[in-house]
Design a protein around this ligand. Structure first.
Ligand SMILES: CC(C)(COP(=O)(O)OP(=O)(O)OC[C@H]1O[C@@H](n2cnc3c(N)ncnc32)[C@H](O)[C@@H]1OP(=O)(O)O)[C@@H](O)C(=O)NCCC(=O)NCCS
Length: 156
């Protein structure tokens, strides 16, 4: 129920992380799809295993994060280990920083030693969040005409 209103709040905004693009009208089915990607039984071609976590306040979903267990060549180039978002009405309260910190902790538990975190260079909020969480700028690439900043965070 709350995911439906979360998605409605996003409107036409690009959805992060990618599971928010799944059909969310049947939440149980959506969770089963997410679980198949986590446990490795139903990983779509070109994807890698990943874990999705919800940030909740009471019964309201206020954020979502997806942590890739490893990189393949494609997401090492562009995408990185973590995609996340905060529900629009809960932004600018430090929750993005909190959710990225929690995601990095999960990444460490998954055995990731160096987290690759990427964002569109024009995404000022995301860049600030990554830098506050210790992201060290590595490089900028042009992804189909869009500049992407790539950061590294040591987790060991
Ligand atoms: C990026 C995002 C997760 C940040 O969440 P948030 O809860 O608003 O961020 P926080 O309140 O923790 O603030 C993080 C930093 O960004 C800055 N910031 C947040 N929104 C900003 C904005 N609109 N403009 C400029 N700076 C902004 C904050 O001042 C803070 O900087 P600081 O650490 O130097 O003080 C959120 O904007 C979002 O969900 N965006 C859409 C999805 C997305 O872009 N995800 C990232 C791609 S993986």
């Amino acid at each position: 129920m709350t995911l439906i209103s979360y998605i409605a709040e996003l409107g036409s905004e690009e959805r992060y992380p990618f599971p928010l693009d799944f059909d969310h009208r049947d939440f149980e089915a959506m969770l089963a799809r997410i679980e198949g990607i986590r446990d490795g039984t139903k990983v779509p071609d070109g994807f890698v295993q990943s874990s999705t976590f919800w940030m909740v306040a009471g019964d309201v979903i206020i954020g979502c994060t997806n942590i890739r267990h490893r990189l393949n060549a494609q997401i090492e180039h562009c995408g990185g280990h973590i995609g996340l978002s905060i529900r629009p009405s809960f932004r600018r309260q430090g929750l993005g920083i909190k959710l990225l910190q929690l995601s990095l902790e999960q990444g460490r538990k998954l055995g990731i030693q160096t987290a690759h975190i990427h964002c569109h260079t024009q995404n000022v909020a995301s860049r600030a969040m990554i830098e506050t969480c210790g992201g060290v700028f590595h490089s900028e690439i042009n992804d189909n005409g869009s500049l992407v900043s790539r950061y590294l965070i040591e987790l060991t």
